[in-house]
Design a protein around this ligand. Sequence first.
Ligand code: OGA
Ligand code: NI
Length: 350
Amino acid sequence: MPSIARSDYHKGLPKAGVKALLDNGLTHIPDRYIKPIDKRAVADEVLCGDGIPVIDMAEFFHNRKAVVDAICDASREWGIFQIINHGVPTSVINGMVEGVLEFFELPIEEKMVYYSEDVFTPVRYCTSMTPSKETHMEWHDHLQHYFPHGEKNHPWPHKPAFYKSTTEKYVNSVSSVAKCLKSALSEGLGLDPDHLERAFGKHEMILRSNYYPPCPNPELALGMNGHSDSGGLTILFEDQVGGLQAKKGDRWYALKPIRNAFIVNIADQIEILSNGKYKSVEHRVTVNSKRLRLSIAAFCSPSSEALIGPIPELLDEQHPPLYKTTLYREHITNVYTKYLDGKHSKNLEK
Ligand code: OGA
Ligand code: NI
């Protein structure tokens, strides 16, 4: 177990994360959390996100066409939407949230046992994105699980004791929601409902819980830089604090938290597979000085070994491929070894 002297937190040991800084009496953020002026959220006018679609999934199995159309329109127009009545029981969500909060409340020495910057590590605690490479860090700590397809021996954290069972339930439930969404998105492309599921291959999930403690200087920092997610699609739970913003055109829009809803956002691989019909959305997180914020992102990704490029059935003379075809493992390795800023599907445009 790494031993960290308490005084090191004051010297600003970057890896221990932001909660550790606050627990040790920080009153002003260290310079490495101060964003360049043009990257701060206060530099932009932020619009109200009331226009971001809210889709009721209750009708998915009875009035499928209307719900499929709503999902596909939202994915084309915004790349982000919220879903309600998605079928994941509130008790499953609450259990997950409780487990994550208890994990983050463990002493820092216990969390540092899981410290890693490698995205393929099965269970890892980290802060910001890749602290050893960043010049401007993000104001959050996270716990991330990488679940390759068919994995049996996941090295679950031992504390809290109920964490494994609540997280397993959550992951199973969210995977079912992801399957419905992928079938809807396939149909919206005029393909059979299993098409995207097949294109993903033996798909993988990354579950990332983000812990944003109150920030003494919220106007100088960001919880998360603007980015698009690199997987297929993301199903995000957020608490009621707010702070997530999405970009459409040149404007940023603030999402309004809806209790027990999920936020769905299209990520880079679905943009590429759909040859740009669905758009991955750039999003970022602002922080505040008063309240802790928690979010739980389930990144539903293709297999690391899947070759991802525009689906051939969508291409003809009028619709040439707009993106390169690459191995997903190469894409994700590239993304996570660079400073995360902006949309990564741009790098794969032809
Ligand atoms: C992410 C992300 C948003 C949030 O983890 O990729 O965008 O609200 N999170 O925490
Ligand atoms: Ni994201």
